[in-house]
Design a protein around this ligand. Structure first.
Ligand code: V1P
Ligand code: CA
Ligand code: ZN
Length: 395
């Protein structure tokens, strides 16, 4: 419609469940769900809420989860809690740990506590999955052009296994819902990690194309997502992977890779809806990522995909320096509503402002330039590999 041309306004819906503030992965864990409450406080203090339709998040139901996850895995998530886990020394404990939940022994690194049995685990899963499903519904019924759930984006969860801090895969559930209404759905993943769970679910599905940009060096989690990984069977060349070494900055990421590759994807796949996982661990200064994107660089990916005027679902994901995460997702909310040029760089007083001391209370914190990318030629090769794979998709 005329109100929907690039640079213009979009009807944006925003999903937020305040319960996320109380979800705790445990002391020393890098995943801090409170970052979503910080994001919400920033969005609110910048005055962005009136520009969006705020829809209540209804928790997902057990049967919603069953649309992807196995019955006994869902039953495990529903029934387990820290107390029962501690008391069940044998069978039940083994059943959880075989499914990635709790303390998992690994060959390489000893014990792995990535997916702990936490208080309120079931409600947390239903909450973030419910937000992504409601957001997908708002796009499918045509009531919104952009829908946002910063609590979602848990791209590693498998059908019957937790992985990489993700227990249920809200992205798969949302895409499945979009497929009931849209012919072709594009999934784009700018989290620094490979979007393995989503890619695997749709690897044989020609109506879904998955594209992940990620760090890849043989050891970085989850160690998958090489360029030769292109999907299977009917879905051949409907998975695209853009593997990069540590140190990526705005210039290489956006100008050499993201924009040229995504322009071609939009042309050849011509999606009817786009799902963008906005993992903020690709930002400069992230506690585990190793990339050097600025908030503006990261948000340029959102702006670029928004400019195609295709229904757009924005989800969260990783992000481990929590003040950076909140700055980024707040700015991307402003991009969604078309107000990014209007919001001031000075972070308003809003009760959480002390978290932003290290970044001088500015939304656009200074990016560490000296650790940026060194090899330009390496990026050209990565781009050529991606464009070659894309050329195979052409009918
Ligand atoms: O590397 C691993 C374990 C060790 N391997 C056998 C598996 N885990 C990583 C998981 C990273 C998950 C990223 C999730 C997302 O893509 C989406 C939400 O961002 C890991 C790391 C790391 N540096 O890669 N776990 C932890 N760090 C960790 C640190 C402290 C406490 C608990 C987990
Ligand atoms: Ca990724
Ligand atoms: Zn990540």
């Amino acid at each position: 419609s005329a109100s929907c041309v690039d640079g213009g306004k979009r009807r944006v819906s925003y999903y937020y469940d305040p319960g996320i503030a109380n979800v705790d992965y445990g002391e020393g864990h890098v995943m801090v769900p409170r970052r979503v409450a910080m994001t919400h406080a920033l969005v609110s203090s910048y005055g962005l809420l009136p520009d969006m339709k705020r829809l209540r998040t209804r928790p997902a139901t057990e049967s919603d989860l069953r649309a992807f996850h196995g019955a006994s895995y869902v039953e495990l998530l529903r029934s387990i809690n820290p107390e029962s886990y501690r008391l069940n020394l044998d069978q039940a404990k083994t059943r959880a740990e075989e499914r990635g939940v709790g303390r998992v022994k690994t060959k390489e690194n000893g014990d792995n506590y990535d997916n702990p049995v936490i208080d309120g685990l079931w409600d947390y899963c239903l909450s973030y999955a419910g937000g992504s499903l409601a957001a997908a519904r708002a796009l499918a019924c045509g009531e919104s052009d952009v829908a946002i759930n910063w609590s979602g984006g848990m791209h590693h969860a498998c059908r019957a296994k937790a992985s990489g801090f993700c227990y249920v895969n809200d992205i798969v559930l949302a895409i499945q819902r979009l497929l009931a209404r849209f012919r072709r759905v594009l999934y784009v993943d700018i989290d620094v990690h490979h979007g393995d769970g989503v890619e695997h679910r749709f690897r044989r599905e020609p109506r879904v194309m998955t594209v992940s940009f990620h760090r890849y060096d043989g050891v970085f989690f989850p160690t998958t997502g090489e360029a030769a990984d292109v999907g299977q069977g009917e879905g051949l060349y409907h998975a695209l992977n853009v593997p990069m070494k540590a140190g990526m900055d705005d210039e290489g990421y956006l100008n050499v890779l993201f924009r040229p590759i995504m322009a071609r994807v939009m042309e050849v796949f011509a999606p009817d809806a786009v799902v963008l996982q906005c993992g903020a661990d690709s930002l400069s200064g992230d506690a585990i990522g190793g990339f050097h994107l600025s908030v503006k660089g990261h948000a340029a990916c959102v702006a670029f995909l928004r400019s195609f005027n295709v229904p757009l679902l924005l989800l969260g994901g990783g992000g481990y320096t929590i003040n950076h995460v909140a700055s980024c997702w707040c700015y991307e909310t402003a991009v969604a509503v078309g107000k990014e040029k209007e919001i001031p760089d000075d972070i308003p007083y809003h009760g959480y402002e002390h978290y932003y001391k290290d970044q001088g209370y500015k939304l656009h914190y200074a990016v560490d330039k000296k650790n940026g990318r060194k090899d330009v030629s390496g990026l050209e090769k990565i781009k050529q590999d991606a464009l070659k794979n894309l050329s195979m998709l052409r009918p």
